[in-house]
Design a protein around this ligand. Structure first.
Ligand code: UDP
Length: 413
């Protein structure tokens, strides 16, 4: 099915034509993306949507996943937490497991990766493949999706030595970029407005999903959709809810999320969240399977306000998703949320549960503002954070890597 043309109604004809023109010189090239999960989290979400569009434009795009034992994921979760600034242990034994796992995956993927014209390695999990595949034809790019603005130094020192050999690196925000010897590019993530997660839903479908999950559509409701991860601050959301409900009769909170297959901490955090909710019947904690896209879509659409109270956030696709549904966003004042939530225009940035509660109260007391800010949020996403813009930047980057990079340094932003 020709999917690209379906975006015409949303972004306009010119944008689609521009994508086709940009892809013309790239037809037939082999591009491989490598990450560590096909299920859960923003990276998988984006790759599922981007790859078919690249294919439709004539690029031979494929996606590989590195796999390992549980200790490998414990190690890479430490990397993730360390890049986001936590003082995590630097356990030499786990580092050896990380290296060994990458070596084994390199053996399995060598032929495919060595032969590709462009290889995108996402995040730290597969970062050492470069080291174990020295004979390679194409350009290799390390794509860091994590807020690495203030990394825990010992972790960054180790990882830096693994990623400095890439031909280029890509970060989501200038703030996250680290000193590296290669060219650095900035590309912001995006959402797909035609995916199950974001497509328009009929009211009756929203009603029936809400009924199934015990959400009362007659009462005010706010939600946060996230992996159960401490950086997403689900406990802070519950605190904000407890304060806000004193002023908003009947208020309900939905905290919905699942784990990612590469995230070993989810269960412990979920238990903490349940303890914080303390049996409050208006706090609805939903553990969702990884393919619950329409359910998430419906919950976001049924919300009056969408929250993403993270204390660290690479970008926050859930923010984009909520805004696309015309909801005012109350988001943590951090990372990529700052690029999306423009105070008083598309939502509010907050630094504490008390701050969040204040904004929740304001919005429920000013329904006209709730609608106005929600409409602004949707338009802001249309202009900046849809998959068509993202695809254009990837195409431009690939052109730069294959045709210009050796002839002179150019940088995109
Ligand atoms: N998501 C999901 N199920 C869940 C939790 C999250 O499908 O239980 C999706 C969510 O809708 C979003 C992505 O996973 O598309 C999370 O991306 P984000 O950038 O918000 O956070 P990350 O998990 O990458 O830190």
């Amino acid at each position: 099915m020709k999917k690209l043309n379906l975006y015409r109604d949303i972004v306009g004809e010119d944008i689609i034509n521009q994508l086709k023109q940009l892809a013309e010189p790239l037809k037939g090239i082999k591009v491989v993306h490598v990450n560590s999960t096909k299920l859960g989290g923003g990276v998988a979400e984006i790759l599922h949507k981007l790859l078919p569009l690249k294919e439709e434009l004539g690029i031979k795009a494929s996606w590989e996943v590195v796999t390992g034992e549980s200790e490998f994921y414990n190690c890479t979760k430490n990397f993730h937490n360390g890049l986001q600034g936590n003082a995590v242990p630097v356990d030499q034994r786990l580092l050896r497991i990380y290296e060994q796992t990458n070596a084994e995956n390199a053996d399995r993927l060598r032929e495919k990766l060595a032969d590709a014209d462009i290889v995108f390695i996402h995040d730290p999990q597969p970062a050492m493949l470069l080291h174990y595949i020295p004979e390679r034809k194409g350009k290799w790019l390390w794509r860091c999706h994590i807020d690495a603005s203030r990394p825990f130094r010992p972790i960054w020192k180790y990882l830096r030595s693994k990623v400095e050999g890439y031909d280029a690196s890509i970060f989501s925000l200038a703030d996250f970029a680290q000193h590296l010897p290669n060219t650095q590019y900035l590309i912001l993530p995006s959402i797909d407005p035609l995916s199950e997660k974001n497509i328009e839903l009929e009211e009756k479908e929203i009603d029936s999903i809400c009924e199934k999950y015990n959400i009362d559509r007659e009462r005010p409701m706010m939600s946060q959709i996230s992996r159960f991860d401490r950086f997403k601050d689900p406990i802070g959301v519950i605190k904000a809810f407890k304060l806000a409900k004193k002023f908003t009769p009947g208020l309900q909170l939905v905290l919905a999320g699942g784990g990612a297959t590469d995230d070993p901490e989810g269960e412990a955090v979920l238990n903490e969240v349940r303890a914080a909710a303390d049996g409050d019947p208006d706090v609805n904690i939903l553990l969702l399977p990884p393919d619950a896209h329409r359910i998430i879509n419906a919950i976001q659409r049924a919300s009056d306000i969408v929250l993403q109270k993270s204390v660290k956030e690479g970008f926050g696709l859930t923010v984009t998703e909520g805004m696309w549904k015309g909801k005012p966003l109350i988001g943590g004042d951090t990372g990529g949320i700052r690029l999306q939530v423009i105070n008083h225009h598309t939502g509010f940035l907050v630094n504490s549960p008390e701050g969040a509660a204040l904004r929740i109260r304001y919005l429920f007391n000013h329904r006209d503002k709730m609608i106005e800010i929600g409409n602004n949020a949707r338009e802001f996403v249309r202009e900046n954070f849809l998959i068509t813009r993202h695809l254009r930047e990837y195409l431009t980057l690939m052109l730069a890597m294959l045709h210009y990079q050796d002839k002179g340094r150019i940088e995109l932003s």
